[in-house]
Design a protein around this ligand. Structure first.
Ligand code: AN7
Length: 360
């Protein structure tokens, strides 16, 4: 083995959340230590966006820098590893897109098959492209995500397939690692944490992670958690399922969340709340995050910033505090939404240098 090879092999072996958080995750001697170098995402200081939101100090946890471009990789690496350990030859999930991309990638990396059920016509282009190219069996369902999830639950029972939706406890366990990383980066838990909520898995995982961080002395306090939903898909805000969920933030176009009670407890027990924001407010925040901080997230992720801004303006939270917003996915997942309302002018003459001068 060459020296370079030895170093890169070690880097691979000692990467990812299974290795880094091995003392905090449900691993056994037989769990394959899969890694695509997930986790370890940056917590970006965002002073210009803080002024726009109306808070003194704001950080963005940019989960779009995970290997498949979303936070799902943290839970998926563990869920797929446990499935492999249990002898599964295939994993199954329903998805608004990111779970499917992540499941397909980790299944490919582990050498097993993946079957992903997607709501027909409502999955962002990048996510669909990922699922296809990672080699998943992509099945579109004539219905919403909620129908696809019901079908996945049914099929997983009937055919004894490893379901890797967030009803799988390994998904939640893996996703707790983001809370540890935030505590380690800030030296404590932040007073306020805002994140987008769809199925309710991630808010459940963060609350569990912060409580464990407190127990282990990684933090001295717990954050208030603000769960943000899109107005057209806000079952946690209404306290009841939504029959026909709709929003530009297709990742969180979910009317019947799979994780209900634990998600509600996360908001309530933390002294936080759920809040709904309009699609206009989501897109405004989506542009502001990119323009003020140079970070391109997907629309669902921008709901966290839109919700925090709305809560500050409504006087619903004490604004004089350090805040963290979770940017759950990369903007490159959904290029169509970015360019939907942009007119690019006709090509200019190749010698028209004066055109550039007129721009400044
Ligand atoms: C970017 O991929 O449900 O409340 O099937 O992709 O844990 O569901 C995605 C959810 C937030 C909401 N931000 O998290 C799926 C899926 C992004 C997401 C959420 C999702 P949960």
């Amino acid at each position: 083995m060459t020296e370079v090879h030895a170093v890169t092999t070690r880097m691979q072996r000692e990467s990812g959340i299974l290795y880094h958080f091995r003392d905090h995750l449900p691993l056994t001697d037989r769990t394959p230590m899969l890694s695509l170098h997930e986790g370890g995402t940056p917590l970006v200081h965002a002073p210009r966006l803080a002024a726009w939101v109306g808070v003194p100090e704001l950080y963005l946890k940019y989960e779009g820098l995970n290997p498949t471009g979303s936070f799902k990789d943290r839970g998926m690496v563990l869920a797929v590893a446990r499935a492999v350990e249990d002898g599964a030859r295939a994993v199954l999930c329903a998805s608004t897109g990111n779970t499917a991309a992540s499941a397909a990638a980790y299944a490919a990396h582990a050498g097993i098959r993946s079957i992903v059920l997607l709501p027909a016509g409502r999955v962002a282009a990048g996510k669909l492209a990922q699922a296809v190219i990672y080699g998943a069996d992509v099945v579109t369902v004539d219905g919403s995500f909620d129908h696809a999830l019901a079908l996945a639950l049914n099929a997983s029972r009937k055919f004894d397939l490893a379901l890797v939706n967030s009803v799988n406890p390994a998904r939640i366990e893996g996703q707790t690692t983001a809370a540890y990383e935030i505590c380690d980066a800030l030296g404590d838990a932040p007073p306020v944490l805002a994140l987008p909520v769809g199925n309710g898995g991630n808010i459940t995982a963060y609350w569990l992670g912060f409580r464990r961080a407190l127990e282990h002395g990684r933090a001295t306090r717990l954050p208030r958690i603000l769960g943000v939903q899109a107005e057209g898909a806000a079952p946690f805000v209404h306290g009841a399922p939504v029959e026909h969920p709709d929003t530009v933030a297709t990742a969180i176009r979910i009317g019947r969340p799979a994780t209900w009670e634990p998600a509600i407890r996360a908001a309530q027990d933390s002294g936080g709340a759920f809040r709904a924001v309009s699609d206009e407010a989501i897109l405004e925040a989506y542009r502001a995050i990119a323009a003020h901080e140079g970070i391109f997230c997907e629309p669902a992720s921008a709901a966290s910033v839109a919700g925090l801004r709305a809560a500050v303006r409504a006087g619903a939270i004490d604004a004089a505090q350090q805040c963290v917003c979770i940017l759950t996915g990369s903007g490159l997942k959904d290029p169509d939404t970015a360019v939907a309302n942009v007119e690019i002018g006709a090509p200019i003459d190749m010698n028209d240098v004066e055109y550039i001068g007129r721009l400044i």
